[in-house]
Design a protein around this ligand. Structure first.
Ligand code: NAD
Length: 476
């Protein structure tokens, strides 16, 4: 599949390619151009040219394009979901949710377009001020492979509605659905060059985009270390920056929680997308009074999960996305086992035999009593491995929950309102769910505290991060 620059499908200037593999079978699905700095320069030029017309349209006209695109995405959702499963690995059910979620995001921003406007400030004898919202210009969007469709939506929805143009760099293992979606947006009326997709490596395409002097903002989602690098580069020419980075979300289950609901919450919270979700439940703290029964029930449910090719019916967990990803997960579990830093209750290795040997699978794993300062508890574990710890009370649960460098999401499972309120006040996270985890509808702001990132995406708040005010002062 070709990258999209200025409304056309293009190969890389130097003719090189990246192979896109199906992680469930090890087969090549397609190839995309291995773009370079020159390709980024072509895309930025196309975005700058298209920007003049796009920013002149009214907010409502831009919103209508987003609405049309959402409709076309819904029409094509089955093919898009299949493509996403083939390149990313997740079960078809989850890919379908993700593609529909993308349409929801476009509809949300299309829907607010008629209500988004500036302010009139009356200043008495001094005059009046009209505070308008202007787009920033050409923005760069760099996205990861774990939720490539939703994250594309979070970035392009508010950016396009606000009148910006974009150069988007997909992850090299999951570029196909992103390219298809850009094509659908053009078919829905997005002018050529408003949204460009340049494929290629982070070092080449990603860094060229961050360094390009005409790019006014970078919205980056990915690993903390890459985020640090992006920040260093973006600071040099004072680019606006949103960083959505890693997390190690705690889930706290109190002794008054609805037990079965909490077990299902932990199961989905950790094993959705094979555990490769930024706000997955990565550390589970259970009140000591219910710890034994809770852990037994959870273990039973984990052992019922069906691992396999995401295209097959009834599969709950697909493969990990890349060989490096599976090696990282296996290394953390092996280190935990070897250091005696926790007891592996189930899983702890890749399933073997038959079609498993061709794909990048890893068995869903539960670890009891993990060491608080061990790798499993301190690193972001981006796979189907869940450490379960016992806590004596809420205060110690909150203390342990905050014992990382992250602060993305967290959840408290309780039927007591005061307990929920205390957890909300005490936990450092951009979102605290009560009796729920993972759900992020388009209406709410999303982003992290501490090393989980800077800025917010999604919801009305994202409009602020893709625009700036410009004031007309009227001294009558
Ligand atoms: P990554 O940092 O390796 O890659 C993310 C993107 O950055 C890719 O497109 C990659 O090609 C590009 N990139 C790599 N090096 C670059 C460089 N030097 N300059 C510019 N771009 C570069 O991350 P990943 O492994 O693809 O994604 C997993 C991480 O993303 C996890 O840490 C996860 O928690 C995080 N994540 C965060 C959120 C959030 O909203 N906070 C959402 C999803 C994923």
């Amino acid at each position: 599949m070709l990258m999209r620059i200025g409304g056309a499908g293009l190969a890389a200037e130097d003719g090189s390619w990246i192979r896109v593999m199906n992680p469930a079978t090890g087969e090549e699905i397609d190839r995309v151009p291995a773009g370079s700095g020159d390709d980024v320069a072509r895309a930025v030029e196309a975005a700058e040219t298209a920007g003049a017309g796009w920013r002149k349209k009214s907010m409502r006209e831009r919103g209508i394009v987003l609405f049309h695109a959402a409709g076309k995405v819904r029409e094509a959702h089955k093919d898009l979901a299949r493509l996403l499963t083939m390149e990313q690995g997740k079960p078809l059910r989850e890919s379908t949710d993700e593609v529909r979620g993308f349409a929801n995001i476009l509809e949300f921003y299309g829907g607010i377009s008629a209500a988004a406007h500036g302010d009139l400030v009356r200043l008495g004898a001094a005059g009046d001020a009209l505070v308008a919202r202007e787009p920033l210009g050409t923005c760069g969007a760099i996205i990861p492979w774990n939720m490539p469709v939703i994250i594309m939506g979070w970035k392009i929805g508010p950016a396009l509605l606000a009148g910006n143009t974009l150069v988007l760099k997909p992850a090299s293992t999951t570029p196909l659905t992103n390219i298809k979606l850009a094509q659908i947006l053009e078919e829905a009326g997005l002018p050529a060059g408003v949204l460009n997709v340049v494929t290629g490596s982070g070092e080449s395409v990603g860094e060229s985009l961050v360094k390009h002097p005409f790019v006014r903002k970078i919205s980056f989602t990915g690993d903390c270390a890459t985020g640090q690098r992006v920040r260093e580069l973006a600071t040099k020419n004072l680019k606006d920056l949103t960083l959505e980075l890693g997390g190690s979300d705690p889930m706290i289950v109190m002794d008054d929680a609805e037990l079965d609901t909490a077990v299902e919450g932990a199961l989905r919270g950790r094993f959705y997308n094979a555990g490769q979700t930024c706000t997955a439940v990565k550390r589970l703290f259970v009140h000591e009074k219910i710890a034994t029964v809770f852990t037994e029930r959870l273990k039973r449910r984990v052992e019922e999960l069906k691992v396999g090719n995401g295209l097959d019916a009834g599969v709950d967990i697909g493969p990990l996305n890349s060989p490096a990803q599976r090696e990282r997960i296996a290394a953390v579990v092996d280190a935990t086992r070897e250091a005696g830093e926790g007891e592996i209750l189930t899983g702890g290795c890749p399933p073997a035999g038959g079609s498993y040997d061709r794909g990048l699978f890893y068995g869903p794993t539960l670890v009891a009593g993990a060491a608080p300062d061990g790798r499993l508890m301190q690193e972001e574990v981006f796979g189907p491995v869940l450490p379960v710890m016992t806590v004596p009370d809420l205060d110690s649960a909150i203390r342990e929950a905050n014992r990382t460098r992250y602060g993305l999401g967290a959840s408290i499972w309780t039927t007591n309102l005061h307990t929920a309120r205390k957890a909300f006040d005490g936990i450092h996270a951009g979102i605290v769910w009560v009796n729920r985890h993972l759900t992020v509808p388009p209406e709410i702001p999303f982003g992290g505290m501490n090393e989980s990132g800077i800025g917010r995406e999604n919801g009305l708040h994202a409009m602020d991060s893709y625009s700036r005010t410009k004031t007309l002062f009227l001294g009558w």
